[in-house]
Design a protein around this ligand. Structure first.
Ligand SMILES: [Mg+2]
Length: 440
């Protein structure tokens, strides 16, 4: 039997790295990317992290660093990030038999049975760097939770010399190490770095004297289940090397929600793709409601199989911004389908499609509503009630009991609301009018 082996490939400071492709002056400088409406920092360069800027820091609180430390702040350019993501994912897909696009800059790959996994991962990483100019790190291990941890080690070893052995920088394969070496790494890693251990559980664990990953691994799974939860028990089993989370059944990350699937058989027609995208977008919206967030940009992608190089290849993604951050299933599905219409080309055998919700924010942050007229607020409330009813029916009677007719994009004309994006760079790769110009 082949042993399980997973890789997690992740873009370093992804949004900032995308901006640096087209503006080399940003290298070596502290750079942050701001959320829609230029509200708060959603990506930071290493230099910005070194200034002490935290994830999610409100722009007004860090603005003074522009003058004092040469901080560069840019508005999120999701059209650019989505396109660069698509290119990276296409290259990464060749590394493993199966790929799960987990977020805009992360994918899991099934490497079971792959000889020289470390060397292959290094080669893929190099190719992505050379062809696309985005640095990535790869973690490799027998379970997805450990692959995430390995990725953290690979990234930290590169960013903070001395934190971990330098030879683990960029690509870290835990499966190659001895148990003693692994324990040594786990002892140096705070328990809060473990995938699935959120801040709240992390605090509880710390209070119980469990400070490091090694402490957590040494707990008895049955005790963990009794005292914490079955979810944390699963995490402990994964940390011990027993795979409990397969591809495509991971919990959603908090900043983005992705629902992507490889099709059981090739799909060629637009009608079938629409059905799939409607389903993915509805499920993504459901997850969004579950964490009580709003999204302001919907990414949809379709691609052919990289394992059939003799067949015509096609891979495209597009980002459709919403006028107002929303959790409205109708709007999200509508945006995804509108995107699909734009990128669909006939004549290809599609193997995979997906929908991602980007730029998430707590639903309570809806202060923009004040700028709308009463009608819009009322409409918003009615929509929220409709969405709750939709979710309740689907929770009770099973997913898909109530679904949307696939044409339901409701863009009411009254909304003349546009996003504030004063610092957005050009959409270099997706818009003819915004190509990079080089002066002679
Ligand atoms: Mg990343």
């Amino acid at each position: 039997m082949t042993l399980p082996l997973y890789a997690l490939l992740d873009g370093n400071n992804f949004y900032v790295s995308c901006e640096r492709i087209f503006d080399p002056r940003l290298h070596g400088r502290p750079v942050v990317v701001l959320s829609n409406n230029d509200g708060c920092a959603i990506a930071r360069s290493d230099e910005a992290k070194a200034l002490g800027i935290k994830m999610g820091a409100p722009w007004f609180q860090i603005r003074h660093l522009e003058r004092e430390a040469g901080l560069v702040a840019l508005s999120a350019n999701f059209a650019l990030y989505g396109d660069i993501s698509d290119r990276i994912m296409s290259l990464a897909a060749r590394l493993g038999d199966r790929q799960e696009v987990y977020s805009i800059d992360e994918c899991f790959l099934d490497l079971a049975g792959l000889p020289d996994a470390t060397a292959q991962a290094r080669a893929t990483r190099e190719q992505i760097l050379r062809w696309i100019d985005v640095p990535t790190c790869v973690g490799i291990a027998p379970t997805k939770t450990l692959a995430k941890l390995a990725n953290h080690i690979a990234k930290s070893a590169e960013r903070k010399p001395g934190s971990y052995p330098a030879r683990l920088a960029q690509v870290c394969n835990l499966a190659e190490l001895s148990e003693r070496q692994r324990d040594w790494l786990y002892q140096r890693t705070p328990v809060g770095e473990v995938w699935g251990v959120g801040p709240r559980i992390g605090r509880q664990l710390n209070e119980a004297g469990i400070a490091t990953v090694l402490d957590l691994i040494r707990l008895d799974p049955a005790t963990v289940k009794a005292r914490w939860s079955v979810v944390l028990e699963r995490t402990v089993r994964e940390l011990r090397g027993t795979p409990c989370i397969g591809l495509d059944d991971a919990p959603a990350p908090k900043q983005q929600i992705a629902v992507t699937r490889s099709f059981g058989q090739r799909v060629t027609g637009l009608a079938e793709l629409k059905e799939a995208v409607t389903d993915f977008a509805s499920r993504a919206a459901h997850k969004l409601h579950g964490q009580d967030s709003h999204t302001s940009a919907v990414l949809v992608f379709i691609r052919t199989s990289p394992f059939k190089p003799q067949a015509p290849q096609y891979s495209r993604s597009i980002i459709v911004p919403l006028r107002l951050p929303s959790s409205d299933t109708l709007q999200i599905v509508g945006a995804a389908l509108a995107g699909l219409d734009r990128i669909y080309r006939a004549g290809f055998d599609y193997a995979k499609a997906g929908v991602m919700l980007l730029d998430l924010q707590p639903a309570t942050q809806g202060q923009q509503e004040l700028e709308l007229g009463d009608d819009a607020v009322l409409h918003e409330r009615r929509q929220a009630r409709l969405m709750r009813a939709l979710d309740a029916v689907n929770d009770r009677f099973g997913r898909g009991t109530l679904t949307l007719g696939s044409a339901g994009l409701c863009q009411e004309p009254g909304r003349r609301w546009t996003m504030r994006q004063e610092r957005r760079t050009p959409r270099y790769t997706t818009c003819w009018d915004e190509l990079l110009t080089v002066s002679a």
